[in-house]
Design a protein around this ligand. Structure first.
Ligand code: NAD
Length: 357
């Protein structure tokens, strides 16, 4: 297999590449623009593999995409490059429209040109796998429903609307041009190498710094959580065994209120990194929890029905929320160098075209 992963320096993309290099014999290309969210240091465990290749390319640049495809000649493309942070999409939607919609369009067109030029066997074997989110389905507030693959789209934020648009484009390229595509929609991921602007790493690092732990609104928003390595395994199952044109929902069966998640992190930190106060009174990290004004348009509940991928492809998450969260908190405690360089901004120096450290 020759797999091109877009967004491979991001949180999930780097987990996919680590998984591919460590557990398969695939030749892997990482195509990434290296925005603020791209961090090559998340790939340090596998960078020396002769099967790993890196291209610093923007998916909005058609010429560069043509060059990489002609040079690397993938038989699978896993498309994860995106702007991914909802709060940033509310403050400035423009990059989300460019990368998530126009970038995906460019990548589809470059892929179609490349795919059309392949010999018949290679054309049949080729797959374009688009990685998306459960946020495209909107809000399940006040119900016990689960998102299935046929739930109508109803995105709420500029982020989820841009991802919904890209999902529609990908499916249209299959229906109209016959491009062999697969789509997956996954719930919230968490785990090692997660950029500190997202809830779980933000709470861990703020707690370790003795800062307030901000919780939106009353903290009762419900999300389904999946450990990132379980997602990476699911994606590789889909790209290698999934049926062309199908969508697979991926989730962890872990519906939790945001406040529950923050409290669970505090309890783990109380156990793994306890602080003794001068007065010798018992301190809990929960004392740092602070409620802040809710995000506009905030969806109340997401929940995934992942029975199709479990039934058809035999995938199941290996981590429960409890085991996955313990692994995550432990990883942050053991890897201060990784997140220290993210917080200081030094991770951005370790890239092509900039001053290398
Ligand atoms: P991330 O923000 O951590 O990483 C995104 C990566 O894409 C970065 O390395 C960035 O440099 C790269 N990138 C951004 N714009 C680019 C461009 N124009 N050209 C090339 N590369 C570009 O994101 P993530 O959390 O790893 O998410 C990956 C994908 O999975 C996204 O498509 C996201 O919508 C989807 N997803 C994420 C979650 C989650 O919980 N994080 C859940 C479901 C689906």
């Amino acid at each position: 297999m020759r797999i091109l992963v877009t967004g491979g320096a991001g949180f999930i993309g780097s987990a996919v590449i680590r998984h591919l290099i460590e557990n398969t014999s695939a030749e892997v290309a990482n195509l990434d623009k290296l925005t603020y969210a791209g961090n090559l240091e998340s790939l340090s465990l596998i960078t020396n593999s002769p099967r790993y290749n890196f291209y610093q390319v923007d998916i909005c640049d058609s010429n560069e995409l043509d060059t990489v495809l002609a040079q690397f000649r993938p038989d699978k493309i896993m498309h994860l490059a995106a702007e991914s942070h909802v709060d940033r999409s509310i403050e400035g939607p423009s990059d989300f429209i460019s990368t998530n919609i126009l970038g995906t369009y460019n990548l589809l067109e470059a892929t179609r040109r490349f795919w059309n030029g392949l010999p018949l066997d290679a054309k049949k074997n080729f797959r374009f796998h688009h990685i998306s989110t459960d946020e495209v389905y909107g809000d399940l507030e006040g119900t016990t429903d689960l998102f299935t693959e046929t739930t109508p789209y109803s995105p709420s934020s500029p982020y989820s609307a841009s991802k919904a648009s890209s999902d529609h484009l990908v499916r249209a390229w299959q229906r109209t041009y016959g491009l062999p595509v697969l789509v997956t929609n996954c719930s919230n991921n968490y785990g090692p190498y997660h950029f500190p602007e997202k809830l779980i790493p933000h709470v861990i690092l703020n707690a370790l710094a003795g800062k307030a732990l901000p919780v939106y609104g009353d903290g009762s928003q419900i999300r389904d959580w999946l450990y990132v390595d379980d997602h990476a395994r699911a994606l590789v199952e889909v790209v290698t065994k999934g049926i062309i044109g199908e969508t697979y929902n991926i989730g962890g069966h872990n519906e939790k209120r945001n406040l529950e998640v923050v409290e669970a992190i505090c309890e783990l930190l109380d156990e793994l990194a306890p602080i003794e106060s001068k007065e010798k009174t018992t301190f809990s990290f929960k004392e740092l929890i602070t409620f802040v004004k809710d995000r506009p348009g905030h969806d109340r509940r997401y929940a995934i029905d992942a029975s199709k991928i479990e039934r058809d492809l035999g995938w199941k998450p290996q981590e429960t929320f409890e085991t996955g969260l313990r692994k995550t908190v432990t990883w942050y405690l053991e890897n201060p160098e990784w997140w220290g360089r993210v917080l200081s901004g030094d991770y951005r120096l370790n890239r092509l075209g900039d001053v290398a450290l």
